[in-house]
Design a protein around this ligand. Structure first.
Ligand code: NDP
Length: 326
């Protein structure tokens, strides 16, 4: 038997509880593992509370991220005892995920845990940090160097935003953090933001072209915020769009793209090829120190995860939450 969070669908909506399951209940796949740590991302919050239709099969074990120790492998890529890392690939949505003591996963979804990062540190990073790194890699690849000017991070006090600030600051960029939580200004400055702005200044409909301010943008928010960010991006600048916390809509015009040569990069972490994942995680392991992760994250148990998932959706959670399992 092993412990897991299980989601069931009923007429009242999604019901989440901690249950005991048999190993024989696990889905068929070529790698079995003991989960050492998982985490709560925004998407896990949506799945656990049922606030959005993230879960596609019932019952579901949520958890889109995990680090585990392989106990059995039919794949040549992994052997018993290996430490592996999973982010996304529909796990926790269509296939049982990481908020459990055991998992059964496809080898094609797994990468080796990079050297120099512990299982709990990797989960402090999680999909949020890995997505922030993918955004930063897009900005770097575009040729935006720190001397080009300020970089805007929206949804700054969230998981992706917090990591984007930390990573950009370590790489020498001047970061402006947009948040709705003025009380988190000291936290955001501590991560490396040089200025904190009120997200209300970006969240309403604005002009299609605005004063050219941002050399680049990491946007976790979508909707008018993304439209305003694009409208105020410098000639030739880059906007990495990864989130939809304000909305899925994009009420913009083509003006920033055709008159200022702004490039909008769509950042997907879920189906990202393994080579990109390995590159992003290698950079994360190089750039982040244990202290950075301690500042950004806190640790909870599997039993606490359902309650904290609800807080996450009520915007009451700052930074990252690690769920320590073993
Ligand atoms: P969090 O919940 O930790 O952070 C989201 C942040 O967005 C909040 O902290 C808040 O920041 C801001 N926010 C919330 N509601 C609004 C609103 N109505 N208007 C403006 N800002 C708002 O989530 P994550 O950081 O984990 O994820 C951020 C986004 O990125 C989510 O939309 C998520 O679904 C998406 N995502 C996408 C991935 C991909 O592969 N593309 C991977 C991971 C996440 P503040 O309090 O500072 O204002």
């Amino acid at each position: 038997m092993f412990k897991a969070i299980q989601l069931q669908q009923s007429e009242q909506g999604t019901q989440a509880q901690v249950v005991s399951l048999n190993e024989s209940d696990l889905p068929e796949a070529d790698v079995q593992l003991d989960v050492l740590a998982s985490t709560l991302n925004y998407k896990d919050g949506l799945a656990i509370t049922g606030a959005a239709p993230v879960v596609r099969q019932w019952p579901m074990v949520p958890g889109i991220d995990l680090v585990g120790r392989v106990t059995n492998s039919a794949s040549e890529r992994f052997k018993s005892g290996d430490l592996v890392l999973l982010n996304g690939f529909g796990v926790g949505e269509t296939h049982w995920g990481g908020l459990a003591e055991k998992a059964s996963l496809k080898a094609d979804w797994l990468i080796a845990l990079p050297d120099g990062i512990s299982p709990t540190d990797a989960m402090a990073v999680g999909t949020a940090g890995y997505t922030a790194m993918l955004c930063v890699l897009a900005i770097e690849k575009h040729g935006i160097t720190p001397d080009k000017g300020e970089v805007l991070v929206t949804g700054a006090a969230g998981g992706v935003g917090s990591f984007a600030i930390t990573l950009l600051n370590k790489l020498g960029y001047q970061v402006v953090a947009s948040t709705g939580r003025a009380e988190e200004a000291d936290y955001l400055k501590g991560l490396g933001a040089s200025e904190v702005i009120d997200r209300a200044s970006l969240s309403e409909k604005g002009k299609p072209l605005q004063r050219e301010r941002w050399a680049a943008v990491v946007d976790c928010v979508g909707s008018h915020t993304l439209a305003n960010a694009c409208a105020a991006t410098q000639y030739g600048g880059a906007v990495a769009a990864c989130g939809l916390a304000q909305g899925m809509d994009f009420p913009s015009s083509v003006a920033p793209f055709i008159l200022r040569g702004v490039t909008l990069y769509g950042i997907d972490s879920v189906m990202r090829p393994l080579a990109d994942r390995e590159q992003a995680w290698q950079r994360l392991a190089e750039l982040l120190e244990a202290k950075d992760l301690a500042d950004i994250s806190r640790t909870i148990s599997l039993d606490e995860a359902i309650g904290v998932a609800k807080d996450l959706l009520s915007n009451k959670v700052r930074g990252r939450v690690v769920v320590k399992i073993a």
